[in-house]
Design a protein around this ligand. Structure first.
Ligand code: CMP
Length: 491
């Protein structure tokens, strides 16, 4: 039998008008269409379907879905990333050696290396890189040496050294944890596992995760709260602005079901938007509870005046933020928001512009201050989500700059170098895109510091690539760019 994949292509003309069509595409293991041909076949298919596509319009996204995976196209050219990831995952499953089978002398942790580790601590991870040209996920053993902040990489499949031990500017041990992405020589690596017990034992306790949630009464203070979290040394590894239904709120607070305030608590949680976040760091559960402060905001003000609840809470119930109280609850609550089907975001996709706080600014801890500045300037943040972009998506998003802006490649590399925070910015009607652009300032922070020293880029930018935030250039692209993050990537 010739198995088929069902592939649905959706062409978003604008937020309200979309067309879609479903094809049956041969799967990679179909004999009639070998793997590589499938890729070309798919491209051909997309091109023919969209042959009437208006190439003169500057930014148009096509959305290709397959089992929750997607690919995008701009200006009529499509990339079958979603399907290719599926094919890659399939090939990976079939071809990749189990890590335990890897027998390279250099890459294995030998006795000699164990002794070395005691002098020069060495942490080992499994990292993956999606090679778009070969449509393959490549796996590496990634070693980090703490003595001199050097790294070394081994190609697991080909069993050879990929990168000799060398310095890699800007990468520290705190940046290397399961789920994190870093950019090494323009490759975006994602850490997917520990590669030895030493690393697992040493780092898994340092990397405790917990749920922090900004409650409906204090979402306008989210910038201050993010800033406090970062100042405390905790990482934010996931975040989404969302709404919870009554049933979800009842489930979330089910341990309080017998308490007299349960119904009111459920009503409060569903009264507006919430911002759940995954925090990570040493002893994160305890530290976040301490930073949040006592449950009763009045007590917080007398006993822990610097806590979040002291500053932004009102009373016992309307107490600004929630924090998991045990490892079991942290896991349950993180799964509640971040496992399974993505929670719906709050994007309105009307009179909006797109702002992306770039990875360098997130890693430097500027995200909270940037959000505060945006809100204090009178804009509304109507959607917020943290993303770890991959190269294909970043190239797609920046495609309008390709061949136009000399920094295009570096811009892509920056966008994939770590977590970014996408915002839907609204609040000034049809003027929002132009007004926000003005507020953000000139693309080059050096120029911004001379001409517009109070703009975001002047304050938080470093150079033309690390210029703190991306914001939509053309007012007519505001909705499209916002859609890219909150309607396409968010799925
Ligand atoms: P949170 O950290 O989200 O955990 C449970 C919530 O119940 C708590 O914050 C408060 O919002 C609420 N809560 C706890 N005790 C009381 C109370 N005595 N009266 C009203 N609400 C309460």
């Amino acid at each position: 039998m010739n198995p088929k994949l069902k592939l649905t292509l959706t062409h978003y003309l604008n937020s309200t008008n979309s067309t879609s069509i479903t094809f049956n595409v041969p799967t990679p293991h179909s004999n009639s269409v070998p793997f590589l041909k499938t890729k070309h076949f798919l491209r051909f298919l997309i091109r023919s379907f969209f042959s009437d596509f208006n190439e003169t319009v500057s930014t148009r996204f096509l959305h290709v879905r397959h089992l929750g995976l997607f690919c995008l196209a701009q200006n009529g050219r499509a990339r079958a990333n979603g399907l290719l990831s599926y094919i890659t995952a399939y090939k990976q499953q079939v071809c990749a050696p189990a890590v335990g089978q890897f027998t390279s002398k250099r890459a294995l942790c030998t006795d000699k290396e164990d002794k070395m580790a005691s002098m020069d601590e060495r942490f080992a991870f499994i990292a993956e890189w999606y090679d778009a040209n070969a449509a393959l996920i490549r796996r590496y053993q990634f070693l980090f040496y703490t003595k001199d902040n050097t790294i070394e990489m081994f190609d697991i499949k080909n069993r050879r050294v990929f990168l000799k031990r060398s310095k890699c500017e800007g990468i520290e041990l705190r940046d290397v944890f399961i789920g994190a992405s870093v950019s090494i020589h323009s490759r975006q690596l994602k850490f997917v596992d520990y590669a030895d017990d030493f690393t697992r034992k040493r780092l898994s306790t340092r990397k405790e995760r917990t749920l922090a949630m900004v409650k409906p009464c204090s979402t306008d203070k989210v910038g201050h709260i993010i800033d406090m979290i970062f100042s405390d040394g905790l990482h934010i590894t996931k975040a989404i602005m969302t709404k919870v239904s009554r049933a979800e709120a009842q489930e979330f607070y089910r341990m309080h079901e017998q308490k007299p305030f349960y119904d009111e608590l459920v009503r409060y949680l569903t009264s507006g938007i919430v911002i759940p976040m995954e925090l990570m760091g040493e002893n994160a559960i305890q530290r976040w509870r301490q930073l949040a402060g006592p449950t009763d905001s009045a007590i917080a003000r007398s006993e822990a005046p610097l806590s979040v609840r002291a500053k932004f809470g009102k009373d016992k119930q309307t107490n600004a933020v929630h924090g998991a109280d045990s490892p079991e609850n942290a896991e349950r609550e993180l799964n509640f928001f971040f496992a399974g089907a993505p929670k719906p975001n709050t994007a309105t996709l009307v009179d909006c512009t797109c702002c992306v706080i770039k990875p360098h600014a997130v890693l430097a801890g500027h995200a909270g201050k940037i959000i505060v500045a945006i809100q204090e300037a009178g804009f509304t943040i109507s959607a917020l989500q943290m993303f770890n972009m991959d190269r294909a998506n970043a190239e797609e998003f920046y495609e309008v700059y390709k061949g136009v802006v000399a920094e295009y490649t570096d811009m892509v590399t920056e966008l994939i170098s770590g977590p970014s925070i996408a915002l839907e910015v609204t609040g000034k009607g049809g003027e929002t895109p132009a007004s926000f652009r003005e507020f953000v300032g000139p693309a080059d922070p050096e120029i911004a510091r001379h001409l517009r020293p109070r703009t975001l880029r002047a304050i938080f930018g470093t150079d033309k690539i690390k210029n703190a935030v991306h914001c939509t250039d053309l007012p007519e692209d505001g909705v499209l760019e916002t859609e890219y993050f909150f309607r396409i990537l968010s799925q």
